[in-house]
Design a protein. Structure first.
Length: 218
């Protein structure tokens, strides 16, 4: 049997396992498909993982997000992106975190209005790790994500109690450049120059530099 045939046979077995009544089996199937990466990213597998994103078991949902993250661009269909957007509101933190990571890896493809709106709402998440991940995902999307709602959310994040959130909020604004250069943002970044964490001051300085001529006027 050739390697290609063996891979095809394994994928077929894993697809069957995704429909197993035992949640542990479904989790394991997602994990193995994730380890296979883009080799396993057939339309049938992506469809099955899409269904797994709506599984009643949180472990299955998490492992499905992880598998999609590892497949990257090849799994970036509009249906998957929509499902990941819905997963941003999952009650389980680790599922939300994994969904952010998968969307971040998809970059521009994931920069739909629906996803950007969901990310904007998630800037108010109670979990600081989630807020940090959201800032990273928005930064990856750059000026495509620079809506008024997102900018307002990042403005609040620059003053977040968590230093990593503050840092990544500054970095996200830097990647949005002059599209984020409102007077309120520039004022907040100017204040962040004196943050007790030196790296945040550096990130704020970089963001202001990328806003060009607009920054010195405030």
């Amino acid at each position: 049997m050739s390697d290609k045939a063996a891979t095809s046979e394994v994928i077929r077995a894993l697809l069957n396992a995704l429909g197993d009544e035992n949640e542990c089996v479904r989790c394991y199937a997602c994990l193995v498909l994730g380890k296979m990466g883009d080799k396993a990213a057939t339309s049938e597998v992506i469809r099955a993982l899409l269904n797994a994103l709506g599984d009643e078991n949180e472990c299955v949902r998490y492992c499905a997000c992880e598998a999609i993250w590892k497949m990257g661009d090849k799994a970036a269909t509009s249906e998957v992106i929509r499902a990941l957007s819905n997963a941003l509101g999952d009650e389980q933190v680790r599922v939300r975190m994994s969904a952010y990571r998968a969307l971040e890896k998809m970059g521009d493809k994931a920069a739909t209005s629906e996803v950007i709106r969901a990310l904007s709402n998630a800037l108010g998440d109670e979990n600081d790790h989630v807020r940090q991940r959201v800032c990273e995902a928005l930064g990856k999307m750059g000026d495509k994500a620079a809506t008024s709602e997102v900018i307002k959310g990042l403005l609040n994040a620059v003053d977040d109690e968590n230093d990593y959130v503050r840092e990544h909020a500054c970095e996200a604004l830097a990647k949005m450049g002059d599209k984020a250069a409102t007077s309120e943002v520039i004022r907040a970044l100017s204040n962040a120059l004196g943050d007790e964490q030196v790296r945040i001051g550096i990130s704020a300085c970089d963001a202001l530099a990328k806003m060009g001529d607009k920054a010195p006027n405030v």
